[in-house]
Write a protein that binds this ligand. Sequence first.
Ligand code: 5GP
Ligand code: ZN
Length: 119
Amino acid sequence: MAGEPQDDCLFCKIVAGEVPATVVRASETTLAFRDINPQAPTHVLVIPKAHHADAAALAAEAPQLAADVLREAGEVARQEGVEEGGYRIVFNTGAGAGQTVFHAHAHVLGGRGLTWPPG
Ligand code: 5GP
Ligand code: ZN
């Protein structure tokens, strides 16, 4: 069911402390930790602690939680010192767009030049 922990979900395991992660920030409803394969000097993932499959499902099922994730993404950028230089918040949605973990997460990328369109 939406919002319930999933046994086979990597990010639910990180929330439960069963898989280690380098946590940079946490709130009552969200967790932010460093991506294991960083694509920029700052590459942090912000996730809702509750399981929702992707950003669209999160927004539909729990709009306040989606807002929490966006707020925390901005706070991560501030905390990491990339706010001034500009940063990117990305939600890959669907396998065709590169989503590999089906627990909603925002990538916060910064600390280098970011081209547009991203390709
Ligand atoms: P997606 O491709 O679904 O948008 O993003 C998933 C992200 O999770 C990838 O950037 C990948 O590097 C990261 N990732 C995969 N496994 C782990 C892990 O065990 N720990 C952490 N911290 N990040 C992971
Ligand atoms: Zn999950």
